[in-house]
Design a protein around this ligand. Structure first.
Ligand code: ATP
Ligand code: MG
Length: 565
């Protein structure tokens, strides 16, 4: 590509709301332009990169035996009512009406539509297993679209759905997809990790997320240093402490503690560490308030809490009024001692192992010291309700957990019969009997991958593309072409030779000053840069620099071709 005939539009200034590197760099490189919140136009440069990702995804899906289809982005309400998700999906679902007042939604995902397709197409077990996929635009009305295309409202997703007669067959395809995903992210040159993920309301144990490792990632992941255990922190189990709870040694005492409300206040006031403090959080249960007790140095895991029978899927903290009404005490002084019997006390495994702890006094401006379970405070149930922290033992019994951050770029899931049952998608088995099919679903955020790669690979000057994602592998830059027809001719001949060898090359023939030209090529992250100059021509060499190298070197044309393979 001759750059003079392309539309490259790098910019100097980016809006202050571009918080993370990939968002800033995509804007600066002119890969995307914002149309409205969470809606972006992909420029020719951005699109070249996204198409590269798409091609790798498509190749590996095809290789893994999945079959490509293309479903509409507009989906009828009736199908979503069959699955029960028209209401349940919530505000992320963009609902629209046509001229006849018929209701539709813009696809946030396609389980309903693909299950409808499958129930019409598939009649016999002999057609199974089958795995249909598409690469298609999705829309989710995210509460907080941000970080550019990383969390957009409209984005490009590869979504695949497999259909099976048996659980074994589903597990087999799931494994095939796991391997295909690993190949995709390896081929794209990304550092990633497959982690166990929460399966939400559907249950079961088979769900993995593929996380690109980056400090700016929105997801926390826990991984062991003694095994290959890795899980999203939402899912990672916090084991009960191995030692039994010590016997009480202290007498319980009520202490006046005006203005001592937070765990930090308690630590400062009593001169203790947070692991001696018990914190009690009152949340709205399905049936009145519920107390959750944790050690002062631990935090509630909302996903685990959402699974408690007493709580809705998404728990909400009780308001100050509710707390006052139920306990007569202001928030900050709540504790399990003397809490009304109507409030279940659910105690985290680690908190349940405490003895002689400090907790709220259940009366304004007071705390207890020397409090003990059973003797002073009742436990309704002991549960795992906290987030794991670095240093916790790995739940598989091997090693210690570390916490890192990741960007979810893929998600695979054994759905089981959920959608096929709701939509009555059946096939005849070998006995001629109708069987509800089992399903798996497998998503990849194609557009998010572009941002995730930049998040992982950039420097001061700009993007450092892994070669498989780069818009072009090689940039040919010319110094002063106008003053020297020979230099220009040499650059053109080099460019043509590279193209003839099937190497994707961009020739910067815009006639910019060297500084501006180099800055652009670095910003847009071209892996290999070759400079053609009068001086080099005289010496019979080119100046070569790899994007991730500190220095350039003089090499011959043949050496360049050899290097590029
Ligand atoms: P997240 O937790 O990030 O919201 P999700 O669990 O809702 O993701 P899935 O429903 O599993 O995502 O969708 C499949 C893939 O689509 C995700 O792994 C992610 O890569 C991508 N994706 C989801 N939401 C967005 C978004 N708002 N913008 C860009 N990509 C997205
Ligand atoms: Mg989401």
């Amino acid at each position: 590509m001759r750059l003079s005939q392309f539309h490259l539009a790098t910019v100097k200034e980016v809006p202050a709301d571009a918080e993370i590197a990939s968002h800033r760099l995509m804007l600066r490189a002119g890969m995307i332009r914002k149309l409205a919140a969470g809606l972006y136009t992909w420029s020719p440069l951005g699109l070249r990169v996204m198409r590269k990702v798409e091609a790798v995804v498509r190749e590996e899906m095809d290789r893994a035996g999945a079959i490509e289809i293309l479903m509409p982005t507009i989906q009828p309400k009736e199908l979503w009512e069959e699955s029960g998700r028209w209401e349940k999906f919530g505000n992320q679902l963009l609902k629209i009406k046509d001229r006849k007042e018929q209701e539709f939604c813009y696809a946030p995902t396609a389980e309903e539509v693909v299950t409808d397709f499958a129930r019409n197409e598939l009649k016999s077990y002999k057609q199974l297993p089958v795995n249909f996929y598409q690469i298609q635009t999705k829309f989710r009305d995210e509460i907080r679209p941000r970080f550019g295309v990383m969390r957009a409202r409209e984005f490009l997703m590869k979504d695949a759905y497999s259909f099976h007669l048996t659980q074994e067959s589903l597990a087999e395809t799931y494994e095939v997809m796991y391997q295909a995903y690993s190949r995709i992210f390896t081929r794209l040159g990304l550092k990633f990790r497959a982690v166990q993920a929460d399966t939400g309301a559907i249950g079961g144990n088979a769900s993995h997320e593929f996380q690109v490792l980056a400090d700016s990632g929105e997801d926390a992941i826990a991984f062991s240093d003694g095994s290959d255990y890795a899980a999203n922190i939402e899912k990672a189990e916090a084991l009960a402490p191995s030692a039994n709870r010590p016997a009480p040694t202290a007498a319980m005492q009520r202490v006046d503690t005006p203005r001592v409300r937070s765990v930090e206040d308690v630590m400062a006031h009593f001169g203790v560490t947070a692991d001696r403090v018990l914190k009690t959080v009152l949340v709205r249960g399905k049936d009145g308030l519920v107390a959750l007790c944790l050690r002062g140095d631990h935090e509630i895991n909302e996903v685990k809490a959402g699974k408690l029978a007493e709580l809705p899927d998404e728990s909400v903290l009780a308001s100050e009024e509710e707390i006052l009404a139920a306990t007569g005490t202001r928030p900050g002084f709540i504790g399990p001692v003397g809490l009304p019997d109507s409030i279940p006390v659910i105690v985290d495994r680690s908190a349940a192992a405490l003895a002689d702890f400090i907790c709220g006094g259940n009366a304004n401006d007071t705390h207890y010291t020397g409090a003990n379970w059973e003797r002073d405070a009742r436990i309704s149930r002991i549960e795992d309700i906290r987030k794991v922290v670095a240093g916790d033992p790995s739940p598989d019994g091997h090693g210690t957990l570390h916490i890192g951050r990741g960007i979810e770029v893929g998600h695979i899931f054994q759905l089981g019969a959920k959608y096929a049952e709701a939509l009555n998608a059946t096939v005849l088995d070998d006995q001629g009997k109708k069987q509800v099919m089992l399903m798996g679903c497998y998503g990849i955020g194609v557009s998010r991958i572009v941002a995730a790669a930049i998040e992982q690979r950039h420097d001061e000057a700009g993007i450092i593309w892994p070669e498989p994602m780069a818009p072009w592998r090689v940039a040919v830059c010319v110094i002063n072409p106008k003053n020297s027809p020979e230099v220009n001719a040499a650059a053109e001949s080099l460019y043509k030779e590279l193209v003839a060898r099937g190497i994707e090359t961009v020739w910067d023939d815009r006639g910019l000053r060297p500084g501006a030209m180099f800055a652009d090529m670095e910003l847009i992250g071209i892996p290999h840069r070759v400079v053609v100059s009068e001086r080099g021509l005289a010496a019979g060499t080119l100046e070569y620099r790899a994007r991730d190298a500190a220095d350039s070197s003089a090499i011959t044309r043949d050496e360049l071709f050899e290097l590029l393979g």
